[in-house]
Design a protein around this ligand. Structure first.
Ligand code: PMP
Length: 312
C-alpha cells in the first residue's frame, strides 16, 4: 500500500516577504529523495515504513540565508555531523558528503535562498519487527521558506509537567521518535494558553525547550544552560562563541531571577522569552544585541565567521 509523503512539509514558495528569488522552477516544490530531485507531490512511501511505526529515523533542521555573496547554508557540516551520529546509532548508512550535496541540490531546484532545510534519513519498509537489520533505508532533503519553531516575538513559556527524555534512555540527538516527548510537552503547554514548554528535571535544573536551547542574562553576563539531557544545539554553540557565555547548570529559580531569558535554535534563532509562567520579563537589550549579531553572522556580514557558510 502506498501513500503520499512529505508534500505537506514542503510549503509552496508563496511567503510574500520571501517570494523574491524563491519561485520554484516549474511551479512545483521539489525534494531530493534517494539520489534524485523529484516533484514533492509525486513521492510515495510504503505504509509499512518502519520509521512511521517506531520513529526509526534521524533528521536535521538547517537554514540557508540570502547573503550578499548569494544563498549560503549556515553550519551545514556541523548539522550533518550531528545527523551522522544519530544515523550510526540506528544502523542507517549515512554519507555526509552526499547529504551536503543533496541539500544544495534541493535548494537550487526550489530556488530557495532564505529557507528551512529538512534532511531525514529513515528505516523503510521491511517488517513490523523491531530489528531494523535488513530494512530499506532512505534519505530525503526538503526545503521550505516557512519556519517551524518560535519564530514570533513575545514567546510565553511554561514549566512543563513532562520530563525531558533522559540521555541515559534516549541520547540528545535528532532521533525522530524522541520528538514525541517534545510534542507532548508542546501540546500540554498550548492547552494552558502558552506558546512553549520549558523542561526542568527532578532536581529543579533547567534542561531546554521543546525545540530550542535556553540562555539567561544577569547583570550583563550571558549564561548558556547546560544539561546532559539537552540537545547540544548548533545555535547555542554559535552564541557561546559570539558572546563568550559561560555554559553551566542553571536552576529554575535562577532562570526566573534572570534579567533576560532567550531561547535559541536554528529555526528560532535568538528568541527573547517574554514570560515564564507568572514571571514576566522586561526589556531585553542584551538578547536583542546578540540577536542582531547572530543575524549578521548567518548572513555573512561578519568576515570572521564566514567559514560557517557554505555557498549554494
Ligand atoms: N533542542 C532541541 C530539542 C531541538 O530540537 C533543537 C533544534 N534542532 C535545539 C535544541 C536547537 O538546536 P540547533 O541550534 O542545532 O538548531
Amino acid at each position: 500500500m502506498l501513500t503520499k509523503i512529505a508534500a505537506e512539509t514542503v510549503a509552496p514558495s508563496c511567503h510574500p516577504e520571501r517570494s523574491e528569488g524563491s519561485a520554484v522552477v516549474d511551479g512545483k516544490p521539489k525534494l531530493w529523495f534517494d539520489g534524485e530531485i523529484a516533484d514533492a507531490d509525486a513521492l510515495q512511501a510504503d505504509l509499512t515504513t518502519h520509521a512511521m511505526h517506531y520513529g526509526s529515523g534521524v533528521f536535521e533542521g538547517i537554514r540557508s540565508y540570502a547573503t550578499k555573496q548569494g544563498a549560503s547554508v549556515f553550519r551545514l557540516r556541523d548539522h550533518l555531523e550531528r545527523m551522522r551520529k544519530g544515523a550510526e546509532l540506528l544502523g542507517i548508512a549515512f554519507d555526509a558528503e552526499q547529504a551536503a550535496d543533496a541539500t544544495l541540490q534541493a535548494l537550487r531546484a526550489n530556488r530557495h535562498r532564505d529557507a528551512y532545510i529538512r534532511p531525514l534519513a529513515w528505516v523503510g519498509a521491511g517488517s513490523f519487527g523491531l530489528d531494523v537489520a535488513g530494512h530499506a533505508q532512505h534519505l530525503m532533503v526538503a526545503t521550505t521558506p516557512a519556519l517551524v519553531h518560535l519564530s514570533g516575538a513575545n514567546t510565553r513559556m511554561t514549566v512543563s509537567p513532562w520530563r525531558r527524555n533522559p540521555a541515559s534512555s534516549l541520547p540528545p540527538l535528532k532521533l525522530c521518535g524522541a520528538y514525541v516527548n517534545s510534542i507532548l510537552a508542546k501540546r500540554e503547554a498550548k492547552s494552558r494558553g502558552f506558546d512553549e514548554a520549558l523542561f526542568v528535571d527532578d532536581a529543579g535544573l533547567v534542561v531546554e525547550c521543546t525545540g530550542a536551547n535556553v540562555f539567561l542574562v544577569k547583570k550583563g553576563r550571558v549564561t548558556a544552560v547546560e544539561h546532559r539531557d539537552a540537545l547540544p544545539g548548533i545555535t547555542r554553540d554559535t552564541l557561546i562563541a559570539l558572546s563568550s557565555a559561560d555554559a553551566r547548570a542553571v536552576t529554575l529559580d535562577e532562570l526566573r531571577d534572570a534579567d533576560e531569558v532567550f531561547a535559541c535554535g536554528t529555526a528560532a534563532e535568538v528568541a527573547p522569552i517574554a514570560a515564564i509562567d507568572a514571571r514576566v520579563f522586561g526589556d531585553n537589550p542584551v538578547s536583542r544585541e546578540l540577536a542582531a549579531l547572530y543575524a549578521r553572522v548567518v548572513r555573512g556580514e561578519e568576515a570572521a565567521f564566514r567559514s560557517w557558510l557554505t555557498p549554494v
